[in-house]
Ligand binder design. Structure first.
Ligand code: F6R
Length: 614
């Protein structure tokens, strides 16, 4: 949510900032704005809607050619997404400009206090209060960084704030609490952004900022302090992907590129984790084998698609690692009283590592002394810092809002963890674990095979673009796959879609079946006789009631042919790995159907890539 860019250097700031905002568009937003400082004068421009509207505004209203500036894409929380509420917000005199991501929870009290003190607030946002508070603090300190520290000490909630002041054209100040902000370190120029994509075209050297830290960005360097003004510890890192990874590379949409990248992404998640002796080594896990042997319960917390990866993880962990495993929506977890102890391992799955609900769940678990393991894609994000250990998925940047390659690589990460625990705890014979690892290593090829056979799926999707509703059914690990297929269709095609456990059908959902209703059924491998036979019966039941059956089954599974109006074949793989091959057709289906309806699949309406507020 909300994209933030700050720049100070030698180039025209407006160009750098608008280009950075364009690279952050994927985060989801409904208005955009910029501020530029030149010769002691601060100028801003902002517009509701997409960047194209801001660009039009900039064509009408020429901003000065300063070399210091900042920009913002806003995902509305407080106040409608209109020009007035768009960021930047300024103080009474127009000398301080502020952009913000997050929610300032005590803003109503702060606003009342400011108004009582004579400030005139012009928007409905929580952000504007900060501009006026900085105005007051600047009047006494004259130092923007010190003013920011003082203001932050009074704020409650989650925020990334970036501010500039007309009195200093070599200073951008940023601060963060529970919301992302990274520094890009250049040569004679420096950057601030919500994520590295905004400045990757200029530098791959970044600094991770910690909680409650304030950064002063000048052309010549970067200083980071805590809220008391003491020098703070930071972590510098080099981004391991380049600008081409953040571009579409000839595809019409990032989503298409990311779907196509899945074999490579899956291979990269496995890279370096299978030793020459066929045993797993998970170096960054930082939870010792002794601690893993003591674990007596695993709880997985995640949101959305990552939650679906967690649901699949449960099957793998219980089967291989022999440990009880619960999976919980992160947004619900902290509002219950989950029973955790020092021997509970909590695994948080988050592509972005910035999802507020996931971070809050991790903190809730930390308070109860559980061990914490993160599965994350974004290096430098908050989640890995808050966990004892991490397994990076190495999927590369995922720009499309709907998660695709992140999901498949999360699955590989949870398989690795489950097999690693089995290896450490000896819950499966060594040769069984070894055999599974060998099969897992073949998955990039299997995913590639699926991608090569997707034309009939695209055709099917186009033919169903006029439907109102699609149902998805699965059993065992096919159930979370059904949930994921339905989520993809909802978010991209804005269509009613629901996933069900096929066994639940007769307990209610079968009433939804009417003639012609498309129902997509994920069939388990034939080797799982009981499961397989049960789902074939379910297909017959819905077909008898007129449903149009679209069946995803192992190639050569002739038993389903008589009941399938459309049959989509996927390569035969072990049951627990089947989601890697059955999810791909569902991603392609949703993407093609949404495109046929004329939707922008990279930026679905109302959605943000990383949900940084609760
Ligand atoms: C759906 C989707 C979302 C995310 C969810 C969690 O396609 O992308 O449901 O999976 O917002 O995001 P992360 O994994 O970044 O915590």
């Amino acid at each position: 949510m909300c994209g933030i860019v700050g720049y100070v250097g030698e180039r025209p700031a407006l160009d750098v900032v608008v280009e950075g905002l364009a690279r952050l568009e994927y985060r989801g937003y409904d208005s955009a704005g910029v501020a530029v400082l030149a010769d002691g004068a601060l100028a801003t421009a902002k517009r509701a809607g997409k960047l194209v509207n801001l660009r039009e505004a900039l064509a009408e209203q020429t901003l000065p050619a300063g070399t210091l500036g900042m920009g913002h894409t806003r995902w509305a929380t407080h106040g409608a997404p209109n020009d007035r509420n768009a960021h930047p917000h300024t103080d009474c005199g127009g000398n301080v400009a502020v952009i913000h991501n997050g929610i300032i929870e005590n803003f109503a009290a702060l606003r009342a206090e400011l108004e009582e003190g004579g400030h005139k607030l012009r928007s409905d946002t929580d952000t504007e209060a900060v501009a006026h508070m900085l105005e007051d603090e600047l009047a006494s300190t004259g130092d923007l960084a010190e003013a920011m520290r003082k203001v932050c000490r009074r704020l409650e909630g989650a925020f990334t704030l970036v501010a500039v002041h007309a009195g200093d054209d070599d200073l951008v100040v940023g601060a963060r609490r529970n919301s992302p902000l990274v520094v890009g370190v250049g040569d004679g120029e420096n950057f601030l952004a919500s994520d590295v994509a905004a400045f990757i075209a200029h530098t791959r050297d970044a600094i991770e900022l910690g909680q409650d830290q304030v950064v002063e960005l000048r052309k010549a360097g970067v200083t980071v302090t805590d809220l008391e003004g003491r020098p703070a510890e930071t972590k510098a890192y080099h981004v391991d992907w380049d600008v081409s990874a953040a571009e579409k590379g000839g595809y019409d949409y990032f989503m298409l590129k990311e779907i196509a990248e899945q074999p490579r992404a899956v291979a990269d998640t496995l890279l370096g984790r299978i030793g020459a002796d066929g045993r797993l080594t998970l170096d960054e896990m930082r939870i010792s084998d002794r601690e893993l042997r003591e674990v007596d319960k695993i709880i997985i917390v995640a949101c959305g698609t990552s939650y679906h990866a967690g649901l699949i993880a449960k099957y793998a962990i219980e089967h291989w690692a022999g440990l009880p495993c619960e999976v919980e929506l992160a947004s619900e977890f902290r509002y219950r009283d989950p029973i955790l102890s020092r021997t509970t391992l909590v695994i948080a799955i988050s592509q972005s590592g910035e999802t507020m609900d996931a971070l809050m769940a991790v903190r809730h678990a930390r308070e109860q002394h559980a061990k914490l393991l993160g599965i994350c894609n974004v290096n430098g994000s908050t989640l890995p810092r808050e966990c004892d250990g991490v397994l990076y998925t190495h999927a590369g940047p995922e720009i499309a809002v709907a998660s695709t390659k992140a999901f498949l690589t999360q699955l590989v990460a949870v398989y690795l963890i489950a097999l690693y625990i089995a290896q450490v705890r000896g819950t499966k014979f060594g040769d069984e674990v070894f055999a599974m690892i060998q099969l897992l290593a073949q998955m990039p090829e299997k995913v590639d095979e699926v991608l090569g056979t997707m034309e009939p799926v695209r055709e099917l999707a186009r033919s169903l673009a006029g439907e109102k509703s699609v149902l998805f059914l699965g059993r065992h690990v096919g159930f979370p796959v059904a949930l994921e297929g339905a989520l993809k269709l909802k978010e991209l095609a804005y269509m009613h879609a629901e996933g069900f456990a096929a066994g639940e059908l007769k307990h209610g959902p079968i009433a939804l079946i009417e003639p012609g209703l498309p129902v997509i059924v994920v069939v388990p491998p034939r080797s799982r006789d009981v499961l397989h036979d049960k789902i074939v019966s379910n297909i017959q039941e819905i077909r008898a009631r007129g449903a149009r059956t679209i069946v995803i089954a192992e190639e050569g599974d002739t038993s389903v042919e008589p009941y399938a109006d459309t049959l989509i074949g996927v390569p035969a793989v072990p049951t627990l790995f089947q989601p890697l091959v059955t999810t791909v057709p569902l991603q392609v289906f949703a993407c093609e159907l949404a495109t046929a309806k004329g939707h922008d699949v990279d930026q679905p309406r109302n959605l943000a890539k990383s949900v940084t507020v609760e």
